[in-house]
Design a protein around this ligand. Structure first.
Ligand SMILES: Nc1ncnc2c1ncn2[C@@H]1O[C@H](COP(=O)(O)OP(=O)(O)OP(=O)(O)O)[C@@H](O)[C@H]1O
Length: 212
């Protein structure tokens, strides 16, 4: 049927910045479509850094990332950013227009995604008027609307109440089930429980004698 193998492999990755000690070392894992992976660990343990390494924005000190048949990557940052005067709808419509969709199709698809993140009622509201949690969910909606092969998410539920967080975790689960590789940096136990695989960076601390 011509099914292509799709996966992400983290091979023996270690990292430190010039101003930090070694954050983690010998990190190894594989992630596939349909599988949701949580990156956990205390604040400052390097969760966002590992996401940046996976995205290719940061070069690891050692090791490498292998992306097999992954061509599109969606990234949702910890702090929501958007265009202050643009509507919620526009934020989701624009990436679809950039993909070549007609305005009509883009708008229909955008409404559908907004609904999944319970944002349909604020579709016409401008970004600057959103609550922190709404803005956070909009960033997720914008990232997933174009169906990236790999979705990297930094703390998706940090600004959400328990029930909204639970619903966001379910949508992420559903998306991963539809063939996305999903990696989530999180402190949230509910998000962690929704994942198939948990990488705890506390388990990858350097051995003391190796880190001066
Ligand atoms: N570009 C950088 N240059 C130097 N140090 C950095 C850089 N980015 C992050 N750090 C440092 O690396 C460490 C890990 O940061 P990172 O943001 O990856 O941690 P985190 O586990 O995601 O934390 P949190 O849970 O608080 O978001 C921190 O001590 C941070 O100050």
């Amino acid at each position: 049927m011509g099914n292509q193998e799709v996966y992400l492999e983290v091979h023996d990755v270690s990292h430190r910045f010039s101003s930090t000690h070694t954050l983690f070392e010998h990190v190894n894992f594989t992630a596939e479509p349909g599988q949701m992976t949580a990156l956990c660990g205390p604040s400052g343990s390097g969760k966002s850094t590992l996401l940046s390494i996976i995205a290719g924005w940061e070069i690891p000190l050692t090791g490498r990332i292998e992306l097999c048949n992954i061509s599109t990557v969606g990234w949702v940052f910890q702090n929501p950013y958007g265009v202050a005067r643009r509507s919620v709808l526009d934020h989701v419509v624009f990436p679809l227009l950039a993909q070549g969709k007609t305005r009509k199709d883009a708008q229909a698809q955008a409404y559908d995604v907004l609904q999944r993140f319970s944002l349909e009622e604020v579709a016409e509201r401008q970004f600057s008027d959103l609550s922190g949690g709404e803005a956070q969910r909009l960033m997720l909606a914008r990232a997933v609307c174009v169906h990236p092969d790999l979705l990297l998410v930094d703390e998706p539920t940090a600004q959400l109440d328990m029930s909204t967080a639970h619903s966001v975790n379910s949508v992420l689960r559903e998306l991963s089930g539809q063939g996305m590789v999903v990696i989530i940096a999180t402190h949230d136990a509910d998000t962690r429980n929704a994942c198939d695989c948990v990488i705890n960076l506390a388990d990858f601390l350097p051995h003391e004698d190796e880190d001066e």
